[in-house]
Design a protein around this ligand. Structure first.
Ligand SMILES: CC(C)(COP(=O)(O)OP(=O)(O)OC[C@H]1O[C@@H](n2cnc3c(N)ncnc32)[C@H](O)[C@@H]1OP(=O)(O)O)[C@@H](O)C(=O)NCCC(=O)NCCS
Length: 224
């Protein structure tokens, strides 16, 4: 059974929910109303597991009984003063949450490594330099492509709620640090707030079983 330990420190909630947890999941009626009755079963399960992971992450920072609703751009709406992120893939979900005194934004993403992934997406996801790194070793190409893709999804989730600015995949560039197993990222477009073009950030990456897990946190601003 897969397990993912929190990559964050004290004061951060982090939770993983698996398909085996599904029967136990209880959502608030407001949350149930967010998912279309016509949604396919896979989407319903992942949505439920994502919300359950969010509740559990919130409970780790002592926030209980908070329905996690949805903003106008599908982003999860966290309690005032809290930032967080949700991801689901391959029948599991993860969520992380913390107070703004600990982070100005959080991103998490999980992707099942799918060997059938079309390589055409390299052009959409990767800058020229990232594509060179992805293509360096044919045996690692799919894995590296998903690492870049996932790290950018994590970055999107951390930056988007700050100013509701949509960053495309080519609006940030990542550089892999082999020694420490993290990406160093640089914004190629402003994400709003203090995050101007050229802003540098870090995205962690772990390969766990058949999954790629990426995560990031933005340092807190002022007193949070
Ligand atoms: C929204 C997006 C990030 C979701 O990522 P995904 O890998 O497809 O799916 P995941 O399961 O990891 O994440 C889905 C969750 O993301 C969250 N999410 C959706 N829109 C979001 C937004 N605008 N901001 C923050 N979080 C968002 C939701 O919680 C969603 O789950 P839910 O619908 O059950 O609540 C992705 O589809 C997307 O649109 N990306 C934009 C382009 C991008 O990533 N650019 C990179 C810039 S560096």
């Amino acid at each position: 059974m897969i397990d993912i330990l929190s990559p964050f420190g004290d004061g951060f909630g982090f939770s993983l929910k698996l398909l085996s947890d599904y029967d136990e999941v209880k959502l608030y009626p407001e949350e149930v109303g967010l998912i279309s009755p016509k949604a396919v079963q896979k989407r319903k399960i992942e949505f439920y597991l994502g919300r359950a992971a969010a509740h559990s992450a919130l409970s780790e920072i002592n926030i209980y009984e908070f329905p996690v609703l949805k903003g106008t751009n599908n982003e999860p709406v966290w309690p005032k003063g809290v930032v967080g992120a949700i991801s689901h893939s391959g029948g599991m979900a993860i969520a992380a949450a913390t107070g703004k005194d600990k982070a100005a934004g959080i991103g998490v993403d999980i992707e099942l490594v799918d060997r059938k992934l079309s390589e055409d997406i390299i052009k959409e996801v990767c800058t020229f330099k990232e594509a060179a790194w992805v293509n360096m070793n044919p045996n690692q190409k799919v894995e590296r492509l998903i690492m870049v893709f996932s790290a950018k999804e994590s970055a999107f989730k951390a930056f988007f709620p700050i100013a509701n600015i949509f960053l495309n995949y080519l609006d940030a560039e990542l550089f892999w640090n082999e020694d420490i197993g993290t990406f160093s990222g640089r914004l190629l477009k402003s994400a709003g707030g203090d995050y101007e073009e050229g802003y540098m950030f870090e995205v962690g990456c772990r390969i766990i079983d058949k999954y790629i897990f990426t995560y990031m946190k933005l340092p807190p601003i002022g007193n949070g």
